[in-house]
Design a protein around this ligand. Sequence first.
Ligand code: SAM
Length: 188
Amino acid sequence: MNNIFKNAVQISKIICRAKLSPGDIAVDCTMGNGNDTEFLCSLVGEKGKVYAFDIQEEAVITTRKRLQELNLLARTEIVLDGHQNIDKYIKGNVELVIFNLGYLPKGNHAITTKKETTIEAVQKSMGLLKPNGIILIVVYSGHENGKLEKEALINFTTTINQKEYNVAEICFPNQINSPPELICIEKV
Ligand code: SAM
């Protein structure tokens, strides 16, 4: 196997592969250009379902085109809405939820995830998980908003009842330039 602890995205992918099986329901809470949506689609198979959320129409258009070209659209529900409204679209039975926070690197940097809506979405996602289901949050603290978001998330996760959820935070203390970290919330 290649390195496991290279970065947060690499570890999140290993966990996705370990957790997801054909037929599962997964959620990409920050669709962007659809990298994670496509990856989740490949893991849940044609009997599975991937919900993907973004507030930018541009993200929806790009991802829809991408999935159409790969013949993956039938297993996807693309939602142009904030992830804080996840409970309006999904009622439960979710195996895995992924957040890749911040802004699109080549997009409008003013359109970024925000701590209040992120926490609301994480709390609602926790209520939608199956037993053993997991939430993966890739957090960027290299910009001011990201620092606040990370702080709020860490504060929130310390309040989670350990009898109901396992929580892990994976960081990279020997890397330069504030590398993204991974927060995991797993239902017991
Ligand atoms: N996973 C994406 C990919 O594969 O390209 C990258 C995600 S990018 C770092 C973060 C995305 O979150 C942006 O596309 C942004 O529009 C979106 N976003 C910001 N606030 C949001 C919200 N409240 N609900 C859903 N998406 C949001």
